[in-house]
Design a protein around this ligand. Structure first.
Ligand SMILES: *Cc1c(COP(=O)(O)O)cnc(C)c1O
Length: 229
């Protein structure tokens, strides 16, 4: 199957998952997770109609960006961002989905202010309390949203999560449902500077469950590009 054909298949599955819970597929963004893919593959995914491209390594992002790979589509940063590489991402990525510490968020804000821009970010939540994953713990979410109100140079646009490996579909669904509850609760609290436009959750193996539980942004890699080495 071609990349374009794979995207068509993923779109159909998004349509089906959304329809099964009375949602519209048109409200769900498909982000191609493009790690390890070359610029030509990225361009093909854009031709295939993905809504954005998500990179999780800074160097790959810089290289492919220089090659014009992302032209016409927003760039998302979806990996753990180290402070010393932040300058290559702030103002380049349209959305940093993986803001995972308050220090990082403050540094992103400082850099954005230097550039005279506002950087959109998502708060990455470690919803499974997985010691191997980055992100804020569920117990910290409201405190962090509260702190973000005072950070200039950033705007929180929603939440993102990566689930622990090896759970059952029902366990995944329960964690996605917990994320959706935070999403609704944060909206209700109406923090300054914190909006709830995006709930980014679900990857190749679990985007259907994520959509059933309220995701409006899914990040899909291997189903689009084939298995990574
Ligand atoms: C690689 C990656 C994905 C996509 O994973 P697949 O299982 O290949 O679909 C999604 N989100 C993040 C943060 C990733 O690094």
């Amino acid at each position: 199957m071609s990349i374009v054909g794979n995207i068509e298949m993923v779109r159909k599955e998004i349509f089906a998952a959304a329809g099964s819970v009375g949602r519209k597929a048109s409200e769900i963004s498909l982000v191609a997770a493009t790690k390890t893919q070359n610029a030509d593959a990225v361009k093909e995914a854009i031709t295939g109609g993905v809504d954005a491209c998500g990179e999780n390594r800074v160097q790959e992002l810089s290289e492919k960006n220089e090659q014009g790979a992302y032209e016409g589509r927003p760039i998302h940063f979806i990996g753990h961002l180290q402070k010393n590489k932040l300058k290559k991402v702030v103002g380049v990525a349209d959305l940093i989905e993986s803001a995972d510490s308050i220090e990082l968020i403050q540094d992103i804000g400082r850099r954005a202010m230097e550039l005279g821009i506002i950087q959109d970010i998502l708060l990455q939540i470690n919803i499974g309390n997985d010691p191997n994953k980055f992100g804020f713990l569920p117990s910290e979410v409201f405190e962090i949203a509260d702190k973000c109100q005072l950070v200039t140079g950033i705007r929180v646009r929603g939440l993102m999560t990566i689930l622990p490996f090896g759970l059952t579909r029902d366990e995944n669904r329960a964690l996605f449902a917990n994320m959706y509850k935070f999403f609704v609760d944060i909206k209700a609290k109406t923090y300054d500077n914190v909006s709830t436009n995006y709930l980014s959750m679900g990857m190749s193996d679990d985007f259907r469950e994520a959509i059933m539980e309220g995701a409006n942004m899914v990040r899909v890699g291997s189903l689009i590009f084939g298995k990574r080495n």
